[in-house]
Design a binder for this molecule. Structure first.
Ligand SMILES: CC(C)(COP(=O)(O)OP(=O)(O)OC[C@H]1O[C@@H](n2cnc3c(N)ncnc32)[C@H](O)[C@@H]1OP(=O)(O)O)[C@@H](O)C(=O)NCCC(=O)NCCS
Length: 179
């Protein structure tokens, strides 16, 4: 279980691995392999993957909203089951927010996805940001109305502090100590 964790942008040829992680999560909406391949090529700057001992075990896909490029929209998050509970998803969000310098993070989550709600609530706490939840896509917006879709609520986290709270506080304490 212990291993060296590293975070980086995906390589353009790693889309298939993102698709496999999404498939194996059994929770995410599984898109076509092509969608993940395109993502790893064209949205790699707003996507992060986690390696444990050089094995790709997690990803966060995102994009800067064309209408508001200061907002980082997170599309999907997955961590291999064997690596969950180690803070990898949270650290991938931190990495992406820092790398893009986004002023806000948005995502949509269904009510039942407690892990995801906690992941984003915890990120908001670390960044000292407001976390608001509003309606976005209702079940009837999705194709087919047989009730197989759950409402996707829009979570918005803003304004973002530049770095996670602990790092900022540690720096503040260091500055105080040498003053
Ligand atoms: C959701 C998921 C990405 C979390 O990955 P992870 O690396 O285990 O998450 P972390 O260890 O970084 O935990 C982040 C926070 O979420 C909480 N959390 C993680 N899994 C949880 C669960 N099953 N139930 C409740 N809270 C959970 C953690 O306790 C932590 O909270 P804290 O910061 O207050 O301690 C992972 O469970 C997963 O891949 N699930 C399947 C796909 C999915 O549902 N993706 C999210 C929708 S986009």
């Amino acid at each position: 279980m212990i291993g060296t964790i590293a975070f980086r942008a995906p390589r353009p040829d790693e889309g298939a691995q993102l698709w496999e992680l999404a498939r194996d999560s059994e929770r995410l909406d599984l898109n076509t392999p092509y969608a993940y391949m395109l993502w790893a090529r064209d949205f790699r700057e707003t996507t992060v993957v986690a390696d444990v001992d050089d094995e790709l075990v997690g990803f966060v896909t995102g994009f800067l909203r064309p209408e508001d490029p200061t907002t980082l929209m997170i599309w999907q998050v997955a961590v291999d089951e064997s690596q969950r509970g180690r803070g990898i998803a949270g650290r991938m969000l931190d990495e992406l927010a820092s790398r893009t310098g986004a002023a806000a993070v948005e995502t949509t989550i269904t009510r039942a996805n407690e892990a995801s709600v906690r992941l984003f609530a915890s990120f908001a706490e670390r960044r000292g940001a407001e976390h608001t939840v509003t309606d976005l896509f209702a079940p009837e917006h999705f194709p087919g109305t047989e009730g197989e879709w759950e409402a996707e609520l829009l979570h918005r986290i803003a304004p973002l502090r530049p770095e996670p709270r602990e790092e900022t506080e540690a720096l503040d304490a260091l500055e105080e100590a040498i003053r």
